[in-house]
Design a protein. Structure first.
Length: 130
């Protein structure tokens, strides 16, 4: 069973029931799921933005954030190598955030689950080059 690394676009879709969440949830079901710890902060930012845009639903967004970032979510939180991530970002043109997902997936031999088309294309190209 190949482990997966989940990125902010994919986990935000699941947490906040955004388009594509069913596909992501199915991909995460029954496999080891890993994420860099920075994902917690990216999701916190998404929850804050959603709460500002929809203040009456703020409690729901913060509850969804708590649910998805707690240990019961089954995600194994990992630290990353900042120097390796900076190098990947430099070479690929990705942000350091996105490069963190690429680095973690590569270091674990895991698939990357993302709804970000640009990131997905770069990862597919990386896999083809190997």
């Amino acid at each position: 069973m190949t482990p997966v690394v989940v990125d902010a676009s994919a986990l935000a879709a699941v947490a906040f029931r955004e388009p594509g969440f069913e596909r992501v949830a199915a991909r995460l079901h029954g496999v080891p799921v890993f994420a860099p710890t920075l994902l917690k902060y990216e999701l916190a930012s998404v929850a804050r933005t959603k709460a500002r845009r929809h203040p009456r639903e703020a409690t729901l967004f913060f509850a969804a954030l708590a649910e998805v970032t707690q240990m019961r979510s089954g995600i194994v939180w990992q630290d990353i190598s900042p120097s390796d991530v900076a190098l990947i970002a430099h070479v690929t043109g990705l942000s350091a955030y996105d490069a963190s997902y690429v680095w973690l997936a590569g270091s674990l031999g895991a698939d990357l689950v993302t709804l970000d088309e640009r990131l997905g294309a770069i990862v597919s190209a990386r896999d083809t080059d190997l």
